[in-house]
Design a protein. Structure first.
Length: 177
């Protein structure tokens, strides 16, 4: 559950000099420090089907880049791993939008662990915000191919949340309830 100032989600809560990783009201957790990334927009160039993808990808000819916002969240490197240790996805392999499919695609996985699904639950994330545009996990189509080590979420959106300017930096925010 996010905490707002006006209509803006809060990214940071500090009491004294201590960063709070979560906030509780009674026994209910009402806020978790989000995972923040900076994505430098890249482009695939024109693909064989005439489309263009914008964002970040490690597949084929890699383009764009993505990096944690430094010193924001002490648990960020394990953000996508589920609490029971079943899902071992720890890296974002794609976060891109394609002009032909008009889909936003997020792929999370790991190449250094045995095949295990990244869960399609709020334990992984509840929403992703790209430069102010919110995509709820529950609105995505989720797929996982057994043995592939990669889980995928796709949202249909006619608007490219990254824009078309190569090199532009976009803030990416993952929230948990």
């Amino acid at each position: 559950m996010p905490i707002f100032v006006g209509s803006s989600d809060i990214d940071d809560i500090v009491i004294g000099t201590t960063k709070q990783e979560s906030v509780f009201v009674g026994s209910n957790r009402v806020w978790v420090r989000p995972a923040l990334y900076n994505l430098t927009v890249g482009t695939s160039g024109t693909l064989p089907n005439g489309s263009v993808s914008y964002g970040f990808s490690t597949a084929g000819t890699a383009y764009g880049s993505i990096a944690f916002v430094s010193n924001h969240n002490a648990y960020q490197s394990d953000w996508f791993r589920n609490a029971g240790g079943v899902g071992q996805g720890d890296d974002i392999y794609y976060l891109l939008w394609n002009s032909a499919t008009t889909k936003l695609k997020l792929v999370i996985g790991a190449t250094d662990t045995a095949a295990s699904q990244t869960p399609n639950t709020d334990v992984t994330f509840s929403k992703i915000t790209i430069d102010g545009t919110v995509f709820n996990r529950t609105d995505a189509t989720y797929t996982y191919s057994f043995g592939s080590n990669f889980s995928q979420w796709e949202w249909t959106t006619s608007t490219n949340p990254f824009g078309t300017t190569t090199g532009a930096v976009k803030r990416i925010r993952f929230d948990k309830p």
